[in-house]
Design a protein around this ligand. Structure first.
Ligand code: SF4
Length: 442
């Protein structure tokens, strides 16, 4: 009997090319590798990541699609190509989980939430011709995921993605992590992660956790076990992840992070002023006082780890002066690289609810307009600035932050502060990558 084929697609936003200009920093679509691993072995599986190579039509019996909000319109377009040939499509991932009613208009079935507990049933139902419209899962207390089928990823990814925790105990107004992954911080068993790390061929690894160390004593202890495990097993990788500013609190943990291969950490700074942090509900940053940022960065850098600071522009409380001030803060704050975003209301967030209820969404022709919800342009009617003015001010701030001379100066400083070649190398890739995205990604 002919084996059935499952095609798994990670679509790309067609409006902007910024995210795909730099091949070096593209991330593996980890969720599709996990779905592949959950699929019975008598299925043939193909993974197609449009962020890595252009879409080509492949024959399939069933198509699975994941998508961020900004790629949702493309996901529906690709689903239509298959549906018009009578091929069933299933969509999962954050967008479909946040707005399943919308997705169900364009695909045959939606997996809402985590796929691990449900996917085998989806396949069984499909094989029996009983595919349901909606599969819903609740958060498992401990994450038990199979090892992703990494051999199905294109071999050209420079870094490998791996997840060690899900969820975040904070509840920032603009972030959909708590809605999608839960506010309860959940761990994968450390030994499972170490086994998986040992099989990853890439030297560079991205721990795609929302917050690698969390906030509680338990979560920090778990991070300690992970870092110690990497060292104990002699796993030699260089890794990057995301955390809150409390990453700098524990000197011993920082040392272990470095020894286990951490060379860069992304910190959600969001803003340097109280009004904006209050708007963001960024209580941890508020409680530490914004003047602590520089010291936080220094502590991390002294341990050989570079810092990527995430900053957001376009808060309701922003004005032309605060935007210029944030750009000044960026170039002087001592971080090694920056991720600059325009405040964007994504479905599932408190921000989206608020802005929608105030009729301040600038683009509402959904799903086509979801392409604009990718942090590049204002999508909110600002209370005191015209959209065009806000856009120009943010562009100016980006040009200042990503000026070539600034990148060069920061690169030298990273080398001096961290005294680590790989931190400086990752800084250079990262800064240049973000420059490409934020200045050319239009
Ligand atoms: S922005 Fe970061 S700290 Fe805030 S909820 Fe999202 S993942 Fe957590």
């Amino acid at each position: 009997m002919k084996r059935k084929t499952l095609l798994l697609i990670n679509p790309a936003n067609q409006l902007r090319q910024g995210f795909i200009v730099n091949r070096i920093t593209r991330n593996q679509p980890l969720s599709l590798g996990i779905i592949a691993a959950l699929t019975p072995s008598d299925w043939k599986i193909k993974i197609l990541d449009e962020n890595f190579r252009p879409f080509r039509f492949y024959e399939a019996d069933l198509v699975g699609i994941t998508a961020f909000t900004s790629a949702a319109a493309r996901a529906y377009q690709l689903a239509a190509l298959y549906r018009e040939r009578g091929i069933k499509t299933v969509m999962g991932g954050i967008h479909a989980s946040m707005v399943p009613e919308e997705s169900l208009q364009f695909v045959d079935s939606v997996v809402q939430g985590e796929a691990e507990p449900i996917w085998e049933q989806v396949i069984r139902d499909f094989e029996q011709g009983k595919l349901q419209r909606l599969y819903k899962s609740s958060f498992a207390r401990e994450i038990r995921q199979p090892k992703p089928r990494r051999e199905l990823f294109h071999p050209g990814y420079v870094s490998a993605s791996i997840q060690t925790t899900r969820g975040c105990p904070m509840n920032c107004s603009f972030c959909s992590v708590s809605a999608f992954n839960g506010q309860h911080y959940r761990f994968r068993p450390v030994e499972d992660i170490l086994d998986e790390l040992e099989e990853i061929p890439q030297k560079y690894v991205f721990f795609i956790d929302d917050n690698i160390i969390g906030e509680s004593r338990e979560s920090k202890e778990r991070a300690r076990q992970l870092f110690e495990g990497i060292i104990r097993r002699g796993i030699k990788k260089y890794w990057l992840s995301q955390a809150s500013i409390n990453f700098a609190d524990d000197e011993d943990l920082l040392k272990l992070a470095y020894l286990s291969g951490c060379r860069m950490i992304f910190l959600g700074i969001e803003a340097e002023t109280e009004d904006q942090l209050k708007e963001a509900n960024k209580n941890l940053n508020l409680s530490r006082g914004t003047e602590s940022y520089n010291e936080v960065f220094r502590k991390i850098q002294r341990n050989g780890i570079g810092v990527i600071a995430g900053l957001i522009f376009g808060w309701d409380s922003d004005a032309p002066e605060t935007i210029a001030k944030r750009a000044r803060f960026a170039v002087n704050c001592g971080a090694d690289s920056f991720q600059i975003s325009v405040l964007t209301p994504l479905p599932g967030t408190k921000l989206f609810e608020k802005i929608a209820s105030e009729n301040r969404l600038l683009y509402t022709n959904f799903p086509a307009d979801w392409q604009r919800y990718d942090y590049f342009e204002p999508t909110i009617q600002h209370p005191s600035m015209q959209t065009e003015q806000l856009y120009r001010l943010i562009e100016k701030a980006k040009r200042r932050i990503f000026a070539p001379l600034q990148i060069l100066k920061t690169g030298v400083k990273t080398l001096i502060r961290t005294r680590r070649y790989h931190a400086a190398l990752m800084q250079a890739f990262n800064y240049w990558h973000y420059r490409n995205i934020f200045l050319k990604g239009k």
